[in-house]
Write a protein that binds this ligand. Sequence first.
Ligand SMILES: Nc1nc2c(c(=O)[nH]1)N=C([C@H](O)[C@H](O)COP(=O)(O)OP(=O)(O)OP(=O)(O)O)CN2
Ligand SMILES: [Zn+2]
Length: 123
Amino acid sequence: MQFEIGQKFFFDAAHTLDRDIETLGSRRIHGHTYWCEVALKGKPDAQTGMVLDLGQVRLEIESIKNQLDHHFLDEVAGLGAPTLENLCAFIWRDLLPKLPQLSKVRVWRDSIADSCTLTRDGA
Ligand SMILES: Nc1nc2c(c(=O)[nH]1)N=C([C@H](O)[C@H](O)COP(=O)(O)OP(=O)(O)OP(=O)(O)O)CN2
Ligand SMILES: [Zn+2]
């Protein structure tokens, strides 16, 4: 049996975005509340009954949240253009070495219901 455990967190951040449409508003510095969900897949350990202690997941989430919360995303090293896609990839790259069972990173903004989901190939 395969289990999926997960946690959700949010961060508030500012950005600009170069786009071919809706250009003016996107190029002005503005802020969003971004929500993120991370998931891990695996089998529970026979002794602990856990895929991984969710407290460990919380610790790692705190570290990535600190890199993004109340930051100007355009200036976050290694992020690239501050799109939902690049946020997913940035969070994925940060978490994967620490949480090898990582199976999904989803980033979305409730305000306009945009979302992006990154999963392992074939997952
Ligand atoms: N494939 C993608 N397309 C778009 C992305 C993206 O990350 N990936 N992002 C945007 C814009 O950031 C998004 O549409 C929001 O526009 P924005 O000007 O930032 O804010 P709004 O005023 O429209 O939304 P509020 O959250 O209500 O402020 C577009 N496409
Ligand atoms: Zn925006």
